[in-house]
Write a protein that binds this ligand. Structure first.
Ligand SMILES: Nc1nc2c(c(=O)[nH]1)N[C@H]1C(S)=C(S)[C@@H](COP(=O)(O)O)O[C@H]1N2
Ligand SMILES: [Mo]
Length: 407
C-alpha cells in the first residue's frame, strides 16, 4: 500500500501562464496524425496529440478547456487505464499555473464543529483506503446520439478505470465534526471560470452519501500521484456515480444546511426522470433530476467494427464490461440480432466498480456478422436494445453492435 510515490514536496509546474500556456503546449504537441471516431454524419475526425501536459497519445477534442479522449484500443490492453492515457475533461480553462504541494491546503468548513485546513502530509497520515473504480463522463459516447445534441462530441473513450488511493471522505468529515444541521456537502477545486460572472465548477452530494464510507478523497491513481490534468493533488472519487461528481484539484469542502442551488447542481447535469433518462426530441413538461448513478455497459475491444475475419474458423473475442453502480452479473453475446444470447466468460474481479474483462468465441459465417454484447449488473439492470435520447447526450448505454465480414 505504501509503495506509491506521492511526494508532498513536489510541485506541479506548467510552462508559461496557465491558460495561454495550455494552448501553446497544445499547438506544440500537435501531430499530423488524425483519427476517425466513426461518429454519425462523418464528423468524427480529430487530431491525435502525443505529448500534451504529460499525456501519451490522446484524441484531442478541445484545447480550451482541455478535453482529451482515450483511444479505444487502450481498453483492450488491460482493465486498468494507464494514467498517461486516461481521458481529461475540464469545464473552465482557468487552471493554476503552479500547484505547490507543500503549501496546498484542503479546507473543510461550513456546518462543522471545527474548520480544518489539511495539508497533504496530514491527509497522508490518515488511514489509507484503495478502490478500483470506473470514472466515466456523463456524456461518454455523446457523439453517437441521433438526432445530434450539443456538447463534447465524445466517442466511447471518455471513461477509464483506475486504482484510487486516498482517505475516506467520511473520516475527514468526522475529523471536522459534522453538525446535525448538515444536509449536503459541496466540493470545489482550484480551477476557475474564464469570465468574471461564469459559475465556478462545484458539485455536491447528500450528507448521507458523503458519510456512507465509499466516497474517497484520492491522492493517488494507479500507484502514482494524480496527473495534473486528472486533478493533482486531490480529487473526489465517487464509486458508481458519473464523473461530474469526481471533483478535481479539490481544495474546498463545504458542509451545507440547505440543498445546493449552484449552477452545476441546479441547472446543469440534469436528466429526464424517466427510464434510461430517455425522452423524445422536443418533448416538454418532463421532470428532471440531477444525474447520479451509472448504468451497465459492455464493449468488444479486440475487433473493430468493419473488420474482415476468416469464415469457418472460430473468432476469439474479448472486451470489457462494467455494472455501473454495482458489479457485473453477466455478459452475453448474440449473433442473431438479439434472439439468442450466450454467456461470455468473466475474468478477474477487481472490485464491483471496476471494468471486468470478458472473453468468448464465435463462429462467423460467410458475409456480414453482427456481434451484440450486453451486460447485466447485480441489480438485474441490463443494457437496453434501443438507444436512449436526451438533449444533453447523457447516459448512453445501448447494447453495442460490432459488424465483421467473414470471407
Ligand atoms: N475541478 C473540476 N473537477 C471536475 C471537472 C471540472 O471541470 N473541474 N469536471 C468533471 C467532469 S464533468 C468529468 S467528466 C471528470 C473528468 O475527470 P478526468 O479529467 O480525470 O478524466 O472530472 C470532473 N471533475
Ligand atoms: Mo463529464
Amino acid at each position: 500500500m505504501r509503495t506509491l510515490r506521492v511526494e508532498t514536496s513536489r510541485r506541479h509546474f506548467l510552462t508559461g501562464a496557465s491558460a495561454a500556456g495550455i494552448s501553446l503546449i497544445a499547438s506544440r504537441a500537435f501531430a499530423d496524425e488524425t483519427i476517425d471516431l466513426g461518429l454519425p454524419d462523418g464528423v468524427g475526425t480529430r487530431p491525435i496529440v502525443k505529448n500534451y501536459l504529460g499525456k501519451g497519445p490522446m484524441i484531442l477534442q478541445r484545447t480550451r478547456p482541455p478535453l482529451l479522449e482515450t483511444p479505444f484500443e487502450v481498453f483492450d490492453k488491460d482493465i486498468i487505464t494507464p494514467n498517461d492515457q486516461f481521458y481529461v475533461r475540464w469545464h473552465w480553462a482557468n487552471l493554476p499555473g503552479e500547484i505547490n504541494a507543500d503549501t496546498f491546503r484542503l479546507a473543510v468548513r461550513g456546518q462543522v464543529n471545527t474548520t480544518l485546513n489539511l495539508s497533504l502530509k496530514e491527509l497522508l497520515a490518515m488511514p489509507a483506503v484503495e478502490t478500483v473504480a470506473v470514472n466515466q463522463c456523463s456524456g461518454n459516447s455523446r457523439g453517437f446520439f441521433q438526432p445530434r445534441v450539443a456538447g463534447g462530441e465524445w466517442a466511447n473513450g471518455s471513461m477509464g478505470n483506475a486504482r484510487w488511493t486516498g482517505v475516506r471522505l467520511k473520516d475527514v468529515l468526522d475529523k471536522a465534526g459534522v453538525k446535525a444541521s448538515a444536509t449536503a456537502v459541496r466540493f470545489n477545486g482550484l480551477d476557475e471560470p474564464v469570465v468574471p460572472d461564469g459559475p465556478d465548477f462545484m458539485k455536491s452530494l447528500s450528507i448521507d452519501h458523503a458519510r456512507a464510507g465509499e466516497v474517497m478523497i484520492a491522492y493517488a491513481m494507479n500507484g502514482e500521484q494524480l496527473p495534473y490534468l486528472n486533478g493533482f493533488p486531490l480529487r473526489l472519487v465517487v464509486p458508481g456515480w458519473y464523473a461530474t461528481y469526481w471533483v478535481k484539484m479539490l481544495n474546498d469542502i463545504e458542509v451545507l444546511d440547505k440543498p445546493d442551488d449552484n449552477f452545476w447542481m441546479a441547472k446543469a447535469y440534469l436528466i429526464p426522470d424517466t427510464p434510461h433518462a430517455s425522452m423524445k426530441p422536443g418533448e416538454t413538461g418532463i421532470k428532471t433530476v440531477p444525474i447520479n448513478q451509472m448504468v451497465p455497459r459492455s464493449f468488444v475491444t479486440n475487433v473493430k467494427n468493419g473488420a474482415t475475419v476468416s469464415a469457418g474458423s472460430p473468432l476469439a473475442l474479448r472486451g470489457i464490461a462494467f455494472g455501473g453502480n454495482t458489479s457485473v452479473r453477466k455478459v452475453e453475446l448474440s449473433t442473431d440480432g438479439g434472439k439468442a444470447w450466450r454467456e461470455a466468460k468473466l475474468e478477474i474481479d477487481a472490485g464491483k466498480y471496476s471494468f471486468r474483462r470478458w472473453t468468448a468465441a464465435i463462429s462467423p459465417t460467410k458475409g456480414a456478422n453482427q456481434i451484440l454484447v450486453r451486460c447485466t449488473n447485480s441489480d438485474d439492470s441490463a443494457q437496453p436494445m434501443e438507444a436512449n435520447w436526451n438533449p444533453s447526450g447523457f447516459m448512453r448505454n445501448v447494447v453495442e453492435a460490432t459488424t465483421v465480414t467473414a470471407s
